[in-house]
Design a protein around this ligand. Structure first.
Ligand code: NAI
Length: 263
């Protein structure tokens, strides 16, 4: 940890964050929040972002399921900024189908993007964290890590694994001043959520009806907004707010997991 009188102590304006899945629903909101807060943002996604990526940042179009792409991402990141203060592992895929109908290829595709890529990204990010002297990793898991439903087994398994990986990383990286926490969002209105509503868990009505059914299942009575997850990610990334937290799971789900499903 840096001492208060350390003259190399940086202000927020010099901090750099790398966010995967930057072009998705939660990713875009997270890119905006960090940029508005003065961070230099490196965004990564295999989909295009469009023209509105923050001017002070860098967008890299790449596929994190490919180890060589991940190596190229961190080479480019190092060219952009010699240091990294936060890494947000947010990219993921979801396959919504019965376990017995899931192929080996589909199972592997979920594990590779949602779990292996996080392991590799952290290995590749480590030298950049060392330059910074400390840092924070935020792994975007899911409430499916702790309670789940039918037809989403591979995704639930990947998110449970990510939670276990978060704890393991927190223990091994603490000596280097790197905190590692997970965020477990509940239902948040993004393209992934809307695609997953085909699972049948909220009825087979129209899309607005399914969204309404989902909203009614939460304690707060609505689904979340991507910005609400971005704020929780920011909290875990920002040393001034969460410096005594590591290896933890922060659930942001409108109270969905607070209520017994049997009552
Ligand atoms: P999204 O589908 O809108 O965004 C995900 C982004 O990740 C997409 O832009 C996609 O292109 C990118 N991506 C996926 N695999 C990639 C790969 N191999 N390489 C590069 N980019 C890749 O989904 P959303 O909802 O924004 O999800 C963000 C995170 O939040 C995910 O980890 C998801 O599992 C998690 N989450 C979302 C919830 C929700 O209700 N929306 C609930 C719980 C967790």
């Amino acid at each position: 940890m840096r001492s208060k009188d350390n003259t190399t102590r940086i202000n927020q304006a010099n901090k750099t964050v790398l966010i995967t899945g930057a072009a998705g629903g939660i990713g875009r909101a997270t890119v905006s929040l960090f940029a508005e807060s003065g961070w230099r943002v490196i965004g990564v996604d295999r989909s295009s972002f469009g023209d509105d990526f923050p001017g002070s940042g860098l967008f890299i179009k790449a596929d994190i399921s490919e180890p060589q792409d991940l190596e190229a991402i961190f080479t480019l990141a190092q060219g952009f900024s010699e240091r990294l203060d936060a890494l947000v592992n947010n990219a993921a895929v979801q396959i919504a189908k019965p376990l017995l109908e899931t192929s080996v290829e589909e199972w592997d595709a979920v594990m590779v993007s949602n779990l292996r890529a996080v392991f590799l990204a952290v290995k590749l990010a480590f030298p950049l964290f060392k330059v910074a002297g400390s840092g924070a990793i935020v792994n975007v898991s899911s409430v499916h890590a702790v309670a789940t439903s039918a037809n989403i087994a591979s995704y639930a398994a990947s998110k449970g694994g990510l939670l276990a990986l978060t704890r393991a990383m927190a223990i091994e990286l603490a000596p280097d001043g790197i905190r590692v926490n997970a965020i477990l969002p509940g239902a948040v209105d993004t393209p992934m959520l809307r695609a997953g509503l085909s699972r049948g868990h909220v009825g087979d009505g129209s899309l607005p009806e399914r969204l309404e059914n989902l909203a009614n299942k939460t304690v707060i009575g609505r689904v979340g907004k991507p910005e609400e997850i971005a704020h929780a990610i920011y909290f875990l990334a920002d040393e001034t707010q969460s410096s005594f937290m590591t290896g933890q799971a922060l659930i942001v789900d409108g109270g969905a997991t607070a209520r017994l499903s049997t009552e």
